[in-house]
Write a protein that binds this ligand. Structure first.
Ligand code: UD1
Length: 429
């Protein structure tokens, strides 16, 4: 299994191109199931999760053509996918495929909406809590589907098609909102989603669906209204930049010091995280090409942060912020409110000499002047990259083991960091 070797101590200087957002690319690809015409997606990141979803969609009979690089394309340019679900040959998403990636469960929504049936294995994904699908099931039942669970599969039927309804989410859920949104586009009548997630990836998917002929208003606010249409068409859409990748590199620069241009980033997608970085002593300058981030000559100041749904501080940047705070000049508090059990990085960060105390959903981090390199184990996607951030400043060598989680969500991480002066390499085997 591949490992990543880092020798800490170098500042980051240069330019890092930001890839398309994984969390938008996945639901956008799934939305391709809603139409028998071709959906063309540009700026799709080259990630293991994207490749896995291609296999899952292929199993339903979807043709996906990945266009190669064209002359003049930047070497980091995302791929273009031509997704054609002209004929859906199978409405079952099997365990072997779905268990590797939680978001693949979402295929249940377009399959039900278009084919009026689906059989989808209950999901797997990152080990960050129980992550149930009760709210997704509730939403589909509200839209008129009949669902049963048998042998680890959700079997869903809507013989006469889905019908518009009012869906009230008791808790803000990104997955629930994606599923309700996709399902409602082809339902008969009007659907209103209350307490909808406001994440930018929801807005990106809604924009694409509207280009496909859907009638969605209010995406990005807590109330989304969808007037069902009989059919959706193909279109071309560019995936928005990845705000979590942006925030991750911003934290890496804040950690090591230096000066980096995050090319293609959009500051409004992660304002809360940028505010925290400024409070921590970094300089953040939005510009025409993205965001410039630097920290020169000032120490890292401690911060107190709670994760929250958008526009709050994202749970997907919690582990990275914790890594940053391990070398702050004082004590920080980080509270995780979205996922239980999303603190698996704490034990691994302790291997660098970090001093972190957990009390329920709050971590207290007592900053220390120096981290020391260590062999560490990647546990989930965002936790893995927090270990890389710590390794970038730790004295001596860090070996990050079990990095397949990193490849699920970060495109060419070691290349992007080494181009900015980090000593980081992938060791195969
Ligand atoms: C998505 C993101 C993930 C991010 C998370 C929160 C993708 C592919 N993944 O995950 O990176 O960390 O949003 O921003 O976009 N819940 C229930 N019942 C349900 C569904 C969810 O109780 O039926 C709970 C979850 O356990 C969790 C909370 O609601 O505690 C939020 O989950 P949700 O917003 O749905 O996260 P995901 O869509 O899985």
């Amino acid at each position: 299994m591949d490992r990543i070797r880092i020798v800490g101590g170098s500042k980051l200087n240069g330019t890092i191109p930001i890839s398309g957002a994984k969390n938008a690319a996945l639901p956008l690809m799934i939305a391709g199931l809603l139409t028998d015409e071709t959906l063309i997606l540009d700026n799709v990141p080259r990630l293991a999760d994207v490749a896995q979803l291609q296999r899952i969609l292929g199993n339903h009979g979807v043709d996906i053509m990945s266009a190669g690089k064209r002359p003049g394309d930047h070497e980091y340019q995302g791929q273009t996918l031509h997704i054609s679900a002209a004929n859906i040959i199978d409405t079952t998403a099997p365990y072997e495929l779905v268990s590797k990636m939680r978001a693949s469960f979402w295929v249940i929504a377009p399959l039900l909406a278009r084919m009026h049936e689906a059989k989808v294995s209950l999901p797997g994904g990152c080990a960050i809590g129980t992550r149930p699908v009760d709210l997704l099931i509730m939403a589909l039942e509200k839209l008129g589907a009949e669902l049963t669970i048998d042998g680890g599969y959700v079997i869903a039927k809507a013989p006469g098609g889905l019908k518009g309804a009012e869906i009230d989410f008791a808790k803000v859920t990104v997955s629930g909102t994606h599923v309700a949104l996709m399902a409602a586009t082809l339902a008969k009548g009007t659907t209103v989603i209350n307490n909808a997630a406001c994440e930018p990836e929801i807005v990106d998917v809604a924009d694409c669906l509207n280009k496909m002929g859907a009638r969605i208003s209010g995406a990005g606010t807590p109330t989304i209204t969808i007037e069902g249409v009989a059919k959706l068409n193909g279109t071309r859409h560019t995936v928005l930049p990845d705000r979590i990748e942006t925030g991750t590199y911003a934290m890496a620069v804040a950690m090591t010091g230096g000066d980096v241009q995050l090319s293609g980033a959009r500051p409004e997608l992660l304002q809360s995280a940028l505010d925290v970085l400024v409070e921590a002593g970094a300089t953040v300058t939005p510009n025409n090409d993205g965001i410039r981030i630097s920290r020169n000559g000032v120490g890292i100041k401690p911060v107190n942060v709670s994760t929250a749904p958008f526009p709050g501080f994202p749970t997907d940047l919690q582990a990275q912020l914790m890594a940053l705070m391990t070398t702050a000049t004082g004590s920080s508090h980080i509270t995780e409110t979205i996922f239980e059990n999303r603190f698996m990085h704490v034990q691994e960060l302790a291997r660098f000499g970090a001093r972190i105390h957990l009390d329920g959903e709050t971590a207290t981090i007592d900053g220390t002047a120096k981290l020391r390199g260590a062999p560490v184990m990647a546990t989930d996607l965002r936790a893995s990259v927090s270990l890389v951030i710590a390794g970038l400043v730790a004295e001596g060598e860090t070996m990050v083991n079990r990095i397949y989680h990193l490849d699920r969500g970060f495109e060419r991480l070691e290349e992007k960091l080494s181009a900015c002066g980090a000593t980081i390499e992938r060791i195969s085997g």
